[in-house]
Ligand binder design. Structure first.
Ligand code: R5P
Length: 311
């Protein structure tokens, strides 16, 4: 087995390789003067089971193109099996047509990865589970929930917890986390805008008064969804609101929005490389999912069960 990395999240790739007690495959991913990507693998990979680690986070298009070119290089170097390890799958939010004459870009990206030559895909907390169906090759979708649940138990286990989904679409994810937290009760933030141009009304379904709320979601991007939900929960009488989000996309002014929000703490994973602003925020903490991904890779290579990681 070999672990290779693109430039998107080298620390994560190194940590995964460290967990597996393997060196990273010697390769260089460089740019021509016009920003074309050039990949060179400096060791033999013929007949190898290769895992290429490359989340397609910001800059999404460059990182995606790097992934595709790495896969192409591996295929032409006669790797036996190529697994695209994409902990954060960019474009996942474009998984359906929100209106006429719009693309389904998540499907297009799935086609590109497959056509480049990937034999399998390993991802984490896909925005929607059915994105796995966009691939006609095997996919494994890992969940950060066990890592989050262990952290929540250690830090907030002595409090009266309530798991909260920030929107109706996230209820399944929130329920799964609540189950891991000794069946903690569940609340839902229902965001409504009655007419275009009118401000949003956050209705809370469930009684959060006196509760330490744990907001859970797959992505924090601008931070709007989460910071508004946190304020609404505090207004409804929560004692504190902590957010556990798998993918810290954190675009634009998101970090400062979080720093100035009602959130006690935002906990993300290292599926996306943290920016300096994220690292410098005393309101944001990063949990690693490298051992989880490493163990999944070991099991894929050994052809043993991956789903039993979540039993
Ligand atoms: C949406 O369905 C996702 O699960 C997230 O809630 C959303 O992407 C967060 O975006 P933002 O942080 O920009 O509100």
């Amino acid at each position: 087995m070999k672990i290779m990395s693109g430039n998107s999240n080298l620390p994560l790739a190194r940590a995964i390789a460290g967990y597996l007690e393997l060196p990273l495959t010697d390769a260089s991913v460089r740019r021509f003067a016009d920003e074309e990507i050039f990949v060179e693998i400096h060791e033999n990979v013929r007949g190898e089971d290769v895992f290429i680690v490359q989340p397609t986070s910001y800059p999404a298009n460059d990182n995606l193109m790097e992934l595709l070119i790495c896969i192409d290089a591996l295929r032409r170097a006669s790797a036996k099996r190529i697994t695209a390890v994409v902990p954060y799958f960019g474009y996942a939010r474009q998984d359906r047509k929100p209106g006429p004459r719009t693309p389904i870009s998540a499907k297009l990206v799935a086609n590109l990865i497959t056509e480049a030559g990937a034999d399998r895909v390993l991802s984490a907390d896909l925005h929607a589970g059915q994105i796995q169906g966009f691939f006609d090759i095997p996919t494994d979708n890992l969940y950060a929930a066990p890592v989050m649940a262990a952290d929540i138990q250690a830090r907030y286990g002595d409090q009266s917890l309530m798991v909260v989904s920030p929107d109706v679409g996230g209820v399944v994810r929130a329920r799964a986390l609540a189950k891991r937290l000794d069946n903690a009760p569940l609340a839902i933030v229902d965001k409504r805008r009655d007419k275009p141009g009118q401000s949003e009304v956050m209705n809370i379904i469930g009684d959060v008064k006196g509760r330490a709320c744990i907001l859970i979601d797959d992505i924090i991007d601008s931070g709007g969804t989460l910071c508004n939900a946190a304020q609404a929960l505090m207004d409804a009488g929560a004692v504190s609101v902590t957010a556990y989000i798998t993918h810290g996309v954190l675009s634009g002014a998101a970090v400062s929005r979080v720093n100035n929000s009602a959130l006690k703490e935002l906990v993300i994973t290292d599926s996306i490389l943290a920016t300096d602003a994220t690292k410098n925020s005393d309101r944001i903490r990063v949990l690693t999912i490298a051992p989880l991904i490493g163990e999944a890779i070991r099991r894929i290579a050994d052809e043993s069960s991956v789903s039993s990681l979540f039993d």
